[in-house]
Design a protein around this ligand. Structure first.
Ligand code: TF8
Length: 338
């Protein structure tokens, strides 16, 4: 063996030993994490969950395993949140809107037309305001890791094309279990009915409700186009998802184990937003191809809708606190000026 090869071998052996000792130095135990989510496996939520699981496993040297349980098999968002608080389940991803009963500050993200585009969304959610709202979860027994994108919500129904506000009159519209959504759509004239997501498809299919609102991605992946004829492009609110950990579980993890979850969550967030945006950019065309009749709201009608909904902002501001509300407006002004 020549000198070069001998040196190379010695170096490789040294670096292997170093790597192994690093892995051992890390305080990571074998862990099984049950991670629940509401959408189907073949959805943006399901795909990002897979990326999260892969990275938890990789970053922990195979010691930590995330078992993904989709399709609301562990119950709707609100039920999983309680399971996390009680320590019966370790992790989940779900809507911030369904968290408002636990942490009132989450209602900030329900504000109609608060966020205009994805650049604003990322800057606001990943900045000081997003952190502040997330931090409020801890006193309630939850740890918020990252925000994923659910997206801009649009309206579908099976009764008639909705081209103006008055068309909403009498439409039985499923909304999330959230007071702001309920008030918003009542204000707009719909007969708003709160239902958990897990009951939505059946409710549409059996005509218990006429319509619903969700981002294009979900209308597509949940096959709402099979039971909904009309889609109106409203973009009335940007809705985030949030990745949560049970605080009880979190408190029992080592620093290294927490770092694994944090790092993997950040990777999953970046993947999820990119994936969701790519899908959303193509989804409208696909929904049309599936037979949905699409109505674009005129600027004047969008303006009327905005004006009507401005009335509920005062209520949201009171609920989340005037200070947080004002800070949010200031932060948005800063983001928009950039
Ligand atoms: C809804 C939401 C859903 C989420 C999901 C189950 O309409 O948009 O995407 O709750 O996590 O309920």
């Amino acid at each position: 063996m020549n000198q070069f090869r001998r040196t190379l071998l010695a170096l490789t052996a040294a670096s292997l030993a170093f790597g192994a000792s690093l892995a051992q130095a890390q305080d990571i135990k074998p862990r099984l994490i049950r991670f629940g989510y509401g959408l189907a496996e073949a959805s943006n939520q399901g795909r990002a969950t897979k990326v999260l699981a892969e990275n938890v496993e990789k970053l922990s040297g195979g010691k930590m395993k995330l078992r993904a349980i989709g399709g609301a098999a562990l119950g709707p968002d609100t039920q999983m949140q309680q399971a996390l608080i009680g320590g019966a389940q370790e992790m989940m991803v779900g809507s911030t809107a369904t968290l408002v009963g636990i942490t009132k500050e989450m209602a900030l993200w329900d504000t109609p037309f608060l966020i205009n585009n994805t650049k604003e969304a990322d800057a606001l959610l990943d900045g000081p305001i997003g952190d502040k709202v997330k931090a409020k979860l801890e006193e309630k027994g939850l740890v918020g890791l990252v925000y994923w994108e659910n997206g801009f919500r649009n309206l579908t129904n099976n009764k008639k094309p909705v081209a103006k506000l008055e068309d909403l009159d009498g439409i039985k519209l499923r909304v999330m279990q959230n007071a702001v959504y309920l008030d918003s759509f009542k204000t707009l004239g719909a007969n708003a009915i709160p239902l958990p997501y897990s009951e939505l498809f059946t409710a549409l299919e059996t005509k218990a409700v006429d319509g619903q609102e969700n981002p294009y991605n979900t209308i597509l992946s949940a096959k709402f186009y099979e039971v909904q004829k009309y889609l109106t492009v409203t973009n009335h609110v940007y809705a985030p998802w949030i990745v949560l950990v049970s605080k009880k579980y979190w408190d029992g993890l080592s620093k290294d184990e927490r770092a694994v979850l944090q790092k993997a969550a950040a990777i999953s967030r970046d993947f999820e937003r990119k994936d969701t945006r790519e899908e959303a950019s193509k989804a409208l065309g696909e929904l049309k191809a599936k037979g949905m009749q699409v109505t674009e709201l005129s600027a004047a009608e969008t303006g009327r809708m905005r004006d009507k909904l401005t009335h509920i902002n005062a209520g949201i501001a009171t609920n989340v606190g005037m200070e947080l509300w004002n800070e949010t407006q200031a932060e948005l002004a800063k983001i928009r000026a950039k």
